[in-house]
Write a protein that binds this ligand. Structure first.
Ligand code: ATP
Ligand code: MG
Length: 442
């Protein structure tokens, strides 16, 4: 009997977007259609969310504001000044977002200046000594051809007060922050400081997560490229595994707390025999442990391919206490543990397996975005500029139910998005690998 699957999506109650003031300036846009102020997208598309459930009091469904150009702006574009910063790890598509922001600000709104802040939040801090970069249509025109971020990025704590001091000194009207969960938390604090000082600075976030683990940013930009690149590595591992007696291919992909890249790549290829993700704890040894199932698979088929997300199996190795510069926990080395344990397990049965290990993580992070992600990133950048110009602040741009929307920044950091292991999605992943529903003993 299948388990009843509880919906894990965080249900928002307040989806209002803060505004800096009344929009009194006529937009200079020449093409397209303006979005009406009350255009909105249902958060939950299900019938029950609109009609209510039997026997329960009907609640008003929640909506996200539709993104797009507004006829009236808060900022006078001819006098506005924008800044862009990229923070955290690399992800395909960062340059595409920067390019779209610069092109839209210059070509559509004729904003006189867009500044690029170098090396993440550190670029705001005078003692770090980084120059700002004037971004123009000319110097960003080709950046989408390259991976990484033309601005550079960094981790590490920075004083929020010092960041806002820098925004005041540079006379910034709109700040675009492109980054992950840490960046969005930093952005919330920057916005709070801006409000405290009563400044007219709009802050627009663009959620970046190669792991696809930010709530309401689904899918996140770069994820499609990451899956495509990961499948190339897994295909190689499969070739290696089938080319040797007792052949094993082990591929580690990104996924600190959410195993979407691993799961999605396995589904795409159908050649993977085991997907190990952080959401699904497993045992190594014992009757129902991973090693027993692996041995069974190799004995019957001659080879096996394993895809492991970097954050999987932390219950086996135990979390280290180390933290990175931004305070994120440093994960235990699951791939190293698997390599040792697998070899030892087969050795004990007098079998010399051939294990080939591939870690494509840094290749995946640094490639240019694929066609889908490029288009996605362009729209995110374009809508970010429209939102900032209209005086909206404390929001992120995302695609939700097929439309581009404004989502309050505070909603994004409330809960991390994870694979629901009792969902039909996870069941389809398991069906594609043939691994058991659980590899826990007892
Ligand atoms: P990734 O997903 O690649 O890790 P990230 O945005 O989460 O991206 P972090 O290095 O965690 O990357 O954070 C980016 C920046 O935000 C860093 O400069 C970090 O110091 C800052 N930051 C993170 N969390 C907070 C917080 N709670 N308050 C203020 N600043 C923060
Ligand atoms: Mg992070």
């Amino acid at each position: 009997m299948p388990q009843v699957c509880k919906e894990q999506v965080y249900k928002p109650t307040d989806t209002n977007i803060p505004r800096l003031g009344e929009p009194k300036v006529k937009s200079p846009l020449k093409h397209g259609r303006y979005v009406d102020e009350d255009d909105a997208v249902l958060v939950n598309l299900s019938r029950q969310s609109v009609e209510g459930t039997k026997g329960r009091k009907k609640r008003d469904p929640a909506y996200f504001e539709l993104a797009g150009p507004r006829s009236n702006l808060y900022f006078d574009p001819s006098k506005a000044k924008c800044a862009v910063v990229t923070c955290g790890g690399l992800c395909p598509g960062l340059n595409d977002v920067i390019r779209a922001i610069v092109m839209t600000a210059h070509n559509e709104y004729h904003v006189p200046s867009v500044l690029g802040i170098r090396y993440g939040l550190a670029g705001f801090i005078p003692s770090e000594g980084y120059d700002v970069l004037e971004l123009t249509p000319e110097n960003v025109s080709q950046i989408h051809e390259f991976g990484g971020t033309m601005l550079g990025s960094s981790r590490g704590p920075q004083q929020v007060g010092e960041i806002v001091d820098a925004l005041e000194r540079m006379n910034i009207s709109i700040l675009f922050m492109i980054g992950g969960d840490g960046t969005l938390k930093a952005a919330e604090r920057v916005q709070a400081e801006i409000s405290k000082r009563n400044l007219s600075i709009a802050l627009v976030g663009l959620p970046k997560t190669i792991d696809n683990d930010i709530q309401f940013a689904s899918p996140s930009f770069g994820f499609d490229t990451a899956v495509e690149k990961a499948t190339e590595a897994i295909r190689c591992a499969h070739v290696e595994a089938t080319g040797a007696p007792w052949g094993l291919g082990l591929v580690k992909v990104m996924g600190r707390e959410s195993g979407f890249i691993a799961a999605q790549s396995a589904m795409a290829l159908q050649d993977v025999d085991f997907v190990l993700v952080p959401e699904d704890e497993f045992d190594l040894s014992g009757e129902n442990g991973f090693l027993q199932h692996l041995e069974k698979r190799v004995r019957t088929h001659g080879h096996a391919v394993i895809v492991v997300a970097e954050g999987a199996g932390q219950n086996i190795i135990g979390q280290s206490r180390e933290k990175d510069k931004s305070g994120n926990p440093v994960l235990g080395d699951i791939a190293g543990t698997l390599k040792t344990e697998i070899k030892e397990h087969f050795h004990k049965q007098d079998i010399e397996c051939t294990l080939k290990y591939i870690d494509p993580s840094y290749i995946i992070r640094s490639v240019p975005a694929n066609a889908n992600d490029r288009i996605y990133c362009s729209f995110l950048g374009i809508h970010a500029v429209h939102a900032g110009m209209s005086g909206r602040t404390g929001l992120v741009i995302s695609r939700w139910n097929g439309r581009y929307v404004h989502i309050p920044m505070k909603l994004m950091t409330k809960a991390r998005k994870k694979i629901n292991t009792c969902s039909n999605y996870w069941r389809a992943v398991l069906e594609s690998t043939g691994q058991p529903g659980s590899m826990k003993n007892g």
